[in-house]
Ligand binder design. Structure first.
Ligand SMILES: Cc1ncc(COP(=O)(O)O)c(C=O)c1O
Length: 392
């Protein structure tokens, strides 16, 4: 390695450490669905995105194992070479039907999908595409905007008047980017209103359903599905409520055909392995029938928001299974996470640059796999271990 590189990196790491923004990888162990820390202590998991507990579901694990046994551990190549199998196409067809779209295309991850599909869409045809992106959109969307080399115009979070004003001044092709459930605030975009705005301004609408898929909308099909085809491009992930891995884009047949031909992040990468496809296939069997789990998740999320409100924590506009407890400084957020962990609850502190400076927080996420005893322990820990905040 270049002799000058490490000192440079160390300087950067030291600055992050001084600002309480240094991140470290900690090992976690899951034994039969229970989370243990490195010392073997059992913790309530209030930080994962496994919202329906499917990563531990017997059917999901069994089909992953069965498809690996039958089809092999890995895909042998990229999709356009020998990486497309009948099972790949069958899972894509099922995903399209689940999202009530004409077609769907698998991607290696949600990050990769956003990072590569957005530039592929923004650079089609002559002239520029004006991109409009919610200020709280995920880092992968931001990455996609940068890769598009288009100047993205950032609209204030969920502020449709601001977006309307920006759109009014724009010319040429227009692309609006939003999440349906925002990953760090747990609030929802108003998709029907966004769709109307997009139509009025002749803009295409791209919706990231990473945190809605499986959890919200009719039978867990996401919030875009409830808009009846008004969303042009839907991105969803398979490593969250689906308990597996990977992502997909769903939309028109033409959109998918275009991406197969013109999206480098799809073309030049190895296909998803059979075990992942098997897990996704099993999740597709299960998710539509999990309304009982979704109802419990929503009820428990409200209980947690109420418990945090009693300690004067701002949970922003959360109305989902993602519940922020805003604290402020990095140091205080880390201390709060530590206190909860000592009380047996894992609630990781989220700090800048993931969230804005001064809004470091605990990002609590719930799973329908948490039983009543888990919830009682979690709510007790919030009531007894989180410092009471001064009232605003
Ligand atoms: C809104 C959003 N989009 C995309 C991603 C990336 O998905 P993946 O984990 O599959 O790369 C995430 C992951 O946290 C996310 O929160």
């Amino acid at each position: 390695m270049d002799a000058g590189l490490d000192p440079l990196l160390q300087t950067r790491l030291a600055a992050l450490s001084k600002a309480n923004r240094l991140r470290r990888l900690r090992p976690w162990h899951w034994h039969h669905g229970t989370l243990h820390d490195a010392e073997g202590r059992v913790l309530i998991d209030a930080s994962s995105n496994d919202y329906l507990g499917l990563s531990q579901h017997p059917l999901v694990k069994a089909r992953a194992a069965e498809w690996a046994e039958r089809h092999g551990a890995g895909a042998p190549a990229s999709r356009l070479v020998t990486g497309t199998r009948d099972i790949t196409l069958a899972v894509e067809e099922r995903l399209a039907a689940f999202k009530r779209c004409e077609a769907a295309l698998l991607f290696s991850s949600g990050f990769q999908a956003n990072a590569t599909v957005i530039p592929a869409l923004a650079t089609v045809g002559a002239g520029e595409t004006a991109i409009f992106s919610d200020e709280l959109n995920h880092a992968s969307i931001v990455h996609g905007c940068r890769a598009a080399r288009a100047k993205a115009q950032i609209f204030r979070h969920r502020d449709l008047d601001h977006l309307d004003e920006l759109l009014r001044h724009a010319t040429g092709r227009k692309l609006i980017l939003t999440e349906s459930v925002f990953s760090m605030d747990g609030d929802r975009a108003d998709l029907p209103a966004l769709a109307q705005l997009a139509e009025r301004h002749g803009a295409a609408l791209y919706v990231d359903e990473a945190h809605a898929t499986g959890v919200l909308g009719p039978q867990g099909r996401g919030l875009a599905t409830a808009c009846g085809g008004a969303v042009d491009v839907v991105m969803g992930t398979l490593g969250k409520a689906f308990g597996a891995f990977g992502a997909y884009i769903a939309g028109s047949r033409t959109l998918i055909d275009y991406l197969v031909n013109c999206c480098p992040g799809f073309i030049y990468t190895t296909a998803l392995p059979p075990a992942v496809l098997g897990a996704v296939d099993a999740a597709l069997d299960l998710v539509p029938g999990m309304d009982g789990e979704r109802d419990r998740l929503a009820r428990n999320a409200q209980r947690l928001r109420d418990a945090l409100a009693l300690r004067n924590y701002d949970t922003l506009a959360s109305s989902t299974q993602i519940i922020p407890a805003v604290i402020g400084s990095e140091e205080d957020a880390l201390a709060a996470a530590q206190r909860l962990e000592e009380a047996g609850v894992l609630a990781v502190a989220i700090r800048p640059p993931t969230v804005a400076a001064g809004t470091s927080r605990l990002r609590l996420t719930l799973s329908s796999a948490l039983d009543e005893e888990d919830m009682r322990q979690l709510l007790d820990a919030v009531a007894t271990s989180l410092p009471l905040r001064p009232q605003d």
